[in-house]
Design a protein around this ligand. Structure first.
Ligand SMILES: [Zn+2]
Ligand SMILES: [Zn+2]
Length: 530
């Protein structure tokens, strides 16, 4: 491919998660981000999904924009396929990736970049990391410049405009404006939000402090564990109100410890990680708890469900959700809120008049600022579900009516040449891989088997045709069927003793028919000859 620039999303478009893009220019092929996707349907307790990169071919390097799991979560899988290529990353994300790579047995070697460095990939192609504001430290947009196709791309999948030094954005826009083809790929996460401008983290201080101060007893605050700035604000408030602060839950401890070690978080008052100097029943205690989405094994769920007997919530306690509900988690969170209400615990959630959570993503005003600064002539919305991409296009087309708009999907790439001729180029689309356990891929037919077993239960029969002995096991089936075990017994006995026995498959079909008659559905039925 000569004098052409191409960018193809491999994940992260039409869905929120598994962010990954392939960039091809001047004979170089590199990847931006390697994230995971949390299950969007019930895959029976799997860990996550990752983009399928088995056919990507030669790749020169990986560039990471920031340390959220939807951008770095699949890095160990990426390393399995590309064990040696350089990984360019900001420092905080590298600290978060170290553990994943160590556990997977990979080297933890990174090329750490700084704001506005030049990552030179060829004579003509270079990438400048541009600092942007988000909900995790060290987040960067990427300014990709390719002289061979006269193309500059501003890629900012996750950003808001908060307290960043806009001089960096201005410098980036100056470099960008010198190119003929000016492409923008910006965040679509908040396109359905009615809010004009995303709140700044600084704006949360007053309402958080008041909510904490007004509490009679212990205060529990759940938030996104990776939001170090939120932890910082709450730590400052704890120091002012003389409250001992302890972290509960694995991810809250991990992100906070990593942030303290990397000097991303200043301890105004000591942050505790274990009980000892602070006691669970201390009246003035503040606990930061991970699991604000109510996940099954999370600390928030354990605390609210009284699974930690040393804590046991009571009516003098306050529980603050300094977070938003990610679509799909409404029921899980409502269940926890109801439990809090039944215990008489004071429950505090963000609302229009109570600013205790700020999104990390751009609302329309933030996007407007970026579009006005960069004035792209080609606009491609990314990082969002399909309907968000549509809204992004209709919003941006009012701002920049002379620009061209492209609605990409995963594996549908945007290509442009020196003359500014743009086309959509399709790659072969691949379903994301499902990961369960120790980073193991589980294939879709196995998930479909799990679904059948989980939904309908299992009936096992082992038979020995020589000795005519047999054993019957029922799992996940109603008592009504257990009570008919004698009939199942007779059915099996008749089959293996009588002349009627033709095959174990024949017995299996009869057992399924029997179940259908008595319980109205057919369990997974296995007849095993020994
Ligand atoms: Zn992010
Ligand atoms: Zn993201």
């Amino acid at each position: 491919m000569s004098n052409k620039f191409r960018i193809t999303p491999i994940g992260g478009v039409g869905q929120i998660g598994s962010n990954m893009s392939l960039v091809e220019a001047d004979g170089i092929r590199f990847i931006i981000d390697s994230g995971i996707l949390f299950p969007y349907e019930d895959f029976f307790d799997i860990n996550y999904l990752i983009p399928d990169i088995s056919d990507l071919g030669h790749i020169d390097c990986l560039i990471i924009t920031h340390g959220h799991e939807d951008h770095i979560g699949a890095v160990a899988h990426f390393r399995d396929k590309y064990p040696k290529i350089p990984i360019h990353t900001p420092l905080f994300a590298s600290k978060l990736m170290e553990k994943k790579l160590r556990e997977a047995g990979h080297a933890q070697k990174f090329e750490i970049y700084q704001a506005l460095d030049e990552i030179k990939l060829s004579e003509s192609l270079s990438v400048h990391p541009v600092p942007v504001d988000h909900s995790i430290p060290d987040t960067f947009g990427l300014l990709i410049c390719d002289k061979s196709s006269d193309t500059a791309v501003m890629f900012a999948s996750d950003f808001k405009v908060d307290n960043i030094n806009t001089s960096n954005l201005k410098k980036a826009s100056e470099i960008y404006s010198a190119f003929k083809n000016k492409i923008a790929l910006f965040d679509s996460t908040n396109m359905s939000s009615s809010q004009g401008k995303t709140l700044s983290e600084d704006e949360l201080y007053d309402d958080l402090k008041r909510s904490i101060k007004e509490s009679k007893g212990r205060v529990f605050v759940t938030a996104f564990a990776s939001n170090v700035e939120r932890t910082q604000t709450i730590n400052k408030i704890c120091s002012e109100l003389r409250k001992p602060m302890i972290m509960l839950g694995r991810s809250m401890k991990f992100y906070t410890q990593t942030a303290i070690e990397g000097e991303y978080l200043k301890e105004y008052t000591k942050i505790h990680f274990d009980w000892g100097e602070v006691q669970p029943d201390q009246k003035n205690l503040l606990c930061m708890v991970s699991g604000c989405q109510g996940d099954f094994k999370s600390a928030t769920r354990r605390v609210i469900s009284d699974e930690d007997s040393s804590i046991l919530l009571n009516e003098s306690d306050t529980f603050i959700f300094s977070s938003k509900t990610i679509p799909g988690n409404e029921k899980k969170i409502a269940m926890l809120e109801n439990k809090l209400s039944n215990k008489g615990v004071r429950l505090i959630r963000p609302n229009k008049n109570l600013k205790i959570h700020a999104s990390g993503h751009a609302c329309k005003e933030d996007l407007k600022l970026m579009y006005e600064l960069f004035k792209p002539n080609h606009i491609i919305p990314i990082h969002g579900e399909s309907t968000f991409l549509d809204e992004h296009i209709s919003f941006a087309s009012e701002l920049l009516p002379d620009s061209k708009f492209f609605r990409l999907l995963n594996f549908k790439g945007f290509e442009i040449d020196r003359d500014g001729k743009a086309t959509i180029v399709e790659m072969e689309a691949k379903d994301p891989l499902i990961i369960h356990g120790k980073g193991i891929v589980i294939e879709r037919p196995a998930i479909s088997e799990r679904r059948k077993m989980a939904c309908n239960g299992v009936l096992f029969v082992s038979i020995n045709l020589k000795s005519k002995k047999y054993q019957i096991e029922l799992r996940g089936l109603p008592v009504k069927l257990h009570k008919r075990k004698e009939d199942i017994d007779t059915l099996v006995k008749t089959h293996i003793n009588g002349k009627k026995f033709r095959s174990s498959e024949d017995l299996r079909i009869n057992l399924r028919r029997f179940c259908q008659e008595h319980i109205g559905y057919k369990p997974v039925t296995l007849v095993h000859e020994v």
